[in-house]
Design a protein around this ligand. Structure first.
Ligand code: ZN
Ligand code: ZN
Length: 459
């Protein structure tokens, strides 16, 4: 297997960190408005006059959007291989008279729709990639695609719902293109590859798109994106101002000791005992160094390797782990504490610990600009109804939309797609073979994106 950008390729592959929705993200019943900053800018927002027309078109287009989604679902493609998907997207955008650029960040497609009136540049983003998961859902359009992934024969499935994201944004593009002359600004449609991580050794995703200048020419003012969710009820939107999904870093800790016969431990410096002490001591970071009343955090050791048999104390132990934080300050705190605890614990035992936290494994916090979120909440409420827009607890999974938000203010929110009456805890989560979406959710997905766009333009 080819190495990733640093020397513990397999573990630090970003695919491990990605938008994993399987953590039973449930909406809370907290009033959405209760978290808004003072001077809520929502009152300054005027509902666009184009909305009723746009909504009519959503209803009319919905069957076509469902057909697109089913086609993508049946033909899923892994990150940086979304050739077929990208081809369909590009052809559709071109047919609408939208300026199209292909091959952005390998397989990405970017469409530019210049409205008839001057105004801001809004980017709308949909990710296109599928996952190495074998579908088990009994659907006429279930995926039967197989491929080789990391030297293993695997099924390929849209097990995160990116097929729906692409189809909905194609629908939104069609509707906005039909009102081009009236639009007070420009829309940049970003169809992004490899959100779930690029293949080992390759760059990809939002980070590469940003690097290739997707937010420039013309310069994007704000970006909106949604993620469908299989465990929140259809008809609801969930959002959070500030950090909505975690920032991620991967770590590798290597403990160097002194090898010895297992019967004579006094002649060793035992890296296995030291690794156990380090794992325990790391638990104090979240429990004793983080202000848990402000933000959550996670430090997990997911892998320990050392030794080959019962009566040999090995020379070294390697541990791999993941670090999840919601602010840059907490991220810094975690990294400093991990380094200090690992090296000092080892030192106390006469061993040596080496800590690697490569920047290339870093994902920023998916951070919803506070002012923008406050301003656009009304648009989400207009699309879904006030009672159906709910505040979401922070999610310790990550999402590479954060790379766009690092550069421009953005709003990322979730679209419920769990069939009504289902128990979220008994409903298949994302990235699993039984992952299922209620397609009746697409109408609200499109309406919410249209509301955000038209309202922000002040149309
Ligand atoms: Zn995912
Ligand atoms: Zn996803």
């Amino acid at each position: 297997m080819t190495l990733f950008r640093f020397n513990f390729s397999k573990i630090a592959n970003k695919s491990l960190a990605l938008c994993f929705m399987g953590c039973a993200i449930l909406s809370t019943t907290v009033s959405a408005q209760s978290t808004l900053p003072k001077g809520n800018a929502a009152s300054q927002l005027t509902k666009s006059k184009l909305i009723p027309k746009a909504f009519q078109q959503v209803e009319a287009l919905n069957d076509k959007v469902i057909q697109w989604r089913r086609d993508f679902h049946q033909h899923p493609e892994l990150g940086n291989s979304e050739h077929r998907t990208a081809g369909i997207v590009a052809k559709h955008l071109e047919s609408l008279g939208i300026e199209v650029k292909t091959g952005v960040a390998k397989t990405g497609v970017v469409g530019l729709l210049k409205g008839g009136k001057p105004g801001p540049v809004i980017a709308l983003r949909a990710d296109m990639d599928a996952l190495p998961v074998t579908e088990r859902v009994d659907l006429p359009f279930a995926s039967k695609v197989k491929t080789t992934y990391n030297d293993q024969e695997v099924g390929v499935m849209h097990a995160c719902g990116h097929d729906a994201h692409v189809a909905m944004l194609m629908g939104v593009a069609e509707i906005l293109a039909s009102m081009k002359a009236e639009l007070k600004g420009t829309v940049k449609f970003i169809f992004q590859p490899a959100e779930e991580g690029a293949p080992v050794g390759e760059e990809g995703g939002a980070e590469l798109m940003v690097k290739e200048g997707v937010l420039e020419n013309p310069k994007v003012d704000v970006i909106f994106g949604l993620h469908i969710n299989s465990q929140t009820p259809v008809g609801t939107l969930t959002y959070r101002p500030g950090g909505i999904m975690a920032g991620v870093n991967d770590m590798k800790i290597t403990i160097h000791g002194q090898q010895a016969h297992g019967a004579y431990p006094w002649s060793s410096v035992d890296p296995i005992v030291v690794s156990a002490q380090i794992v325990n001591n790391l638990q104090t970071i979240v429990s004793r160094s983080l202000n848990v009343t402000e933000n959550p955090g996670v430090i997990t050791i997911g892998s320990i390797h050392g030794g080959v048999r019962s009566n040999i104390i090995p020379e070294k132990v390697e541990m791999l782990g993941t670090i999840r934080s919601f602010t840059a300050a907490d991220e810094k705190l975690f990294i400093e504490r991990i380094k200090a605890i690992a090296t000092k614990t080892a030192e106390a035992a006469g061993a040596k610990a080496e800590v690697q936290i490569p920047y290339s494994s870093h994902y920023p916090v998916t951070f919803n600009d506070i002012t923008l979120t406050a301003k656009m909440l009304l648009s989400l409420q207009n699309a879904a109804g006030v009672d159906n827009v709910k505040l979401k607890p922070p999610v310790t999974g990550a999402e590479d939309f954060s790379f766009f938000q690092e550069k421009v203010p953005g709003l990322f929110y979730f679209l419920g797609a769990m069939p009504k009456g289902n128990d979220p805890l008994k409903t298949a989560s994302h990235h699993t073979p039984d992952f299922y979406l209620d397609e009746s959710s697409f109408v609200l997905g499109m309406k919410s994106l249209l509301n955000l766009t038209l309202d922000y333009f002040g149309n």
